[in-house]
Structures are given as C-alpha cells and as structure tokens.
Design a protein around this ligand. Structure first.
Ligand code: HPA
Length: 248
C-alpha cells in the first residue's frame, strides 16, 4: 500500500461515497483521547485514503468540542503525511459568493480555549515554535487549485480564513470587524486543526466551499436555508474535486 492521504470531512463532506474500505473502521484512541469518529481506511480515486469525520457520526460535535489533537494524531499514526481538510464556510467579501470553491492561503484565529498544541507538557519532547508564516502547504494548495481549475470551478486561489469559536453564527459587527481585519471567509474549525497538523509535521491544506453569505451580508435568504441549499448543490463538486486531486 502506498502512503495514505488523510481527509478530514466537514459539514460539506460528511462521508466519502465510493470509498472501498480495507476493513471495519474503528475509532482511534490516541494519547490525546479518541478521535471524532471512525478512521476509514480505503481506496478512493485510486489512492489510499484515511478519512475521518471532523464532527463525528451524526454531526454531533460542536466546533469547540472537537478533539482536533486526536484527529491529527490518528491521521499521522496511520501513516498520512498529507491532509486535505474539507470546510464549509461563510463568505465575507464580495467574491466569496455561495457555491464558490476556495483554497485559503492564510488564517486569522479568533477561536479560544481549545486544546491547540501538542506541546502541553515536557513529555511532548523538545518544544518547537513551529513556523506558521504560511499556514497551508504550498504544493498541496497548488494541487487543489489545479484540480479545481481543471474541473472548470473557477476556484478562489487565495483567501484569508477567519476562524470563530461558534457554535453560534457571528453578529453583523463581528463580520464587519473580520472584514476590516482582512478576512475573506469565516468558519469555525480551521484552527487549531491547521496548527496541529504543522506541529505533527503534516502537509495540510484546506478545500473549502462557501455555503452562505456571512452575517450581515445575507441576500434575504434565511442563513440556514441558504446553507442547506448550497450544501446540496456543492456536495457533488467537492467529491469530484477530491477525485481529481487525489491521484496527484
Ligand atoms: N460563520 C461561521 N462558520 C460558518 C459559516 C458562517 O457564516 N458558514 C459555514 N460555517
């Protein structure tokens, strides 16, 4: 078997239809506790993959309650060196319209109180202040952009992802502040996931889809109805995107 690629499924990809599994999936129990859900090992689009649902089976775990450390540790322990993180996000800036495929290049972290590092105590080994200047792996990001372009998706090739605490959605003033800060998209799970992946030495990039206009920018549709409608349309695109990017 070749080295598996890790996939963290989010709201926009609850499962991986078409994955041929290598056996029954179990929930990995790591030094940081159990992962969000079963780790599905299998083959998808001709590549070995390890897939974990970020919010767990049935989408039960709120963003602040996700055990990000366990999920990243489990993927690393399974031999993954690359991780593609799927994310459904809100669009802040004009260009980030619902349905837009986005490959963010930067992060601003507004989340708080989450277990955000593997360097919690001396047992973690020599402390490394990881370089996080560019939070996403450039080659993996480029592969995502190329695959989406090849499918005619017109991906946004750069975006600043502002990570909020949730689970509530943001106020209009919070989104205004985020836009002033330079955020293009908003989601609740981009951190500490990306930082932990870097600490674990994994190449990590985010494949996101805008599912709603952010608070204060809604075009009249109720936000939840807009999310549901966009998700239903976007799901097939996300799977096609993964299928295109995985063999690279
Ligand atoms: N805000 C925060 N997280 C989100 C949103 C949003 O509008 N849409 C999808 N995830």
């Amino acid at each position: 078997m070749s080295e598996p690629i890790g996939i963290i499924g989010g709201t926009a990809l609850a499962g991986l239809a078409g994955v041929e599994t290598n056996g029954p999936a179990t929930i990995p129990d790591t030094a940081y506790g159990p992962a969000s859900g079963p780790l599905v090992h299998g083959t998808f689009a001709g590549r070995d993959v390890c897939f974990v649902m970020r919010h767990g089976p049935g989408h039960r775990l709120a963003p602040h309650a996700i055990n990000y450390r366990a999920n990243i540790r489990a993927l690393a322990d399974a031999g993954c060196r690359q991780v593609i993180a799927i994310a459904a996000v809100g669009g802040i800036t004009e260009a980030m319209a619902p349905g837009r495929i986005v490959v963010p290049h930067q992060i601003i972290d507004y989340s708080w109180g989450r277990a955000h590092t593997f360097y919690d105590d001396a047992s973690a080994g020599a402390l490394d202040h990881i370089d996080f200047t560019d939070p996403y792996a450039p080659a993996l990001r480029q592969a995502l952009i190329n695959a989406a372009s090849g499918l005619g998706f017109d991906p946004a090739e750069a975006a600043v992802y502002g990570v909020t605490q949730g689970p509530r959605l943001e106020t209009a003033a919070e989104i205004d502040r985020m836009e002033r800060d330079g955020c293009d998209i908003v989601g609740m799970t981009g951190m500490p996931e990306a930082g932990l992946a870097r600490e674990a030495g994994l190449d990590y990039a985010c494949a996101s889809v805008v599912v709603n206009k952010a608070a204060g920018r809604t075009g009249g549709l109720a936000i939840h109805a807009e999310i549901e409608a966009t998700l239903a349309r976007a799901m097939a695109n996300i799977e096609a995107w993964l299928e295109a990017v995985l063999p690279t």
